[in-house]
Write a protein that binds this ligand. Structure first.
Ligand code: PEP
Length: 239
């Protein structure tokens, strides 16, 4: 598939002083398929300079929800993408598939493109439950959603996130093929992009980029270093 996506997830990293240098370096990237998801308060620095995603939203448009940000507010600032269902949200903030589904519905209603993260924990993998977990996450998260046109799936095995451990390429390709069969049953004739995420670095990107089932990458830690992120973009997008 052409037009692979490369998504940077900064999580709760970098500070205001780091941003000018970061932006200066990544201004070389002129590619609408590269999307940066900074910490929310830094989003205005990135708007009009890159494609921007927000790392999380709430499931309503407005109201008394101290500390939350709505899809409508993000869109009004020029944000085009949102990450939903990241394993850190599922784990540390106990987000359920039901809440994730509500966030997706509200995001789509506000014309944000959704990056839906799914993935199994090490325990689930060891119990041979990967397929079952992924199927449940997909079906529940996409409940009552009519079209997958504005959704991107990011397969992120939880045990690969931030650990430096990456599944072998054949298992990434077979798991992503499995995800595609589930999606195809729910949404026939779709052209959904399925990304891989979990310890992607400048060292392993050449190999990972050869997996034909993978339509792009979600990059956490390695996106914090602009030089390393640029190298990853160069391999994937040839830029
Ligand atoms: C992530 O958190 O989405 C991620 C892929 O992180 P890392 O690249 O650091 O494993």
């Amino acid at each position: 598939m052409k037009d692979k996506l490369i998504i940077a997830n900064h999580k709760m990293n970098l500070n205001a002083d780091d941003l000018n240098k970061y932006l200066d370096k990544i201004s070389k990237i002129n590619n609408k398929n590269v999307i940066i998801c900074p910490t929310s308060i830094y989003i205005p620095y990135f708007i009009n300079k890159t494609q921007v995603g927000i790392q999380n939203v709430y499931c309503y448009s407005k109201g008394s929800y101290t500390g939350e940000i709505s899809p409508m507010q993000a869109k009004s600032l020029g944000v085009n993408y949102v990450i939903v269902g990241h394993s850190e949200r599922r784990c540390y903030f106990e987000e359920s598939d039901i809440l994730i589904n509500k966030k997706i519905v509200e995001s789509l209603n506000n014309n944000l493109k959704v990056i839906l993260c799914i993935g199994e924990t090490l325990e689930q993998k060891n119990m041979l439950k990967t397929d079952q977990v992924l199927k449940r996450q997909i079906i529940n998260s996409l409940n009552n959603i009519n079209s997958i046109d504005n959704i991107i799936i990011a397969y992120e095995p939880v045990w690969a996130i931030g650990t430096g451990i990456v599944p072998d390429t054949s298992s990434i390709s077979s798991t992503i093929s499995y995800i595609r069969t589930i999606i195809d049953k729910l949404f026939p004739n779709n052209s959904v992009k399925i990304l891989y995420g979990g310890s992607v670095t400048e060292k392993n990107i050449v190999e990972l980029n050869k997996i034909k089932e993978v339509n792009g990458f979600l990059v956490g830690g390695a996106s914090l270093n602009p030089d390393e992120f640029l190298k990853i973009v160069e391999v994937v997008a040839g830029q």
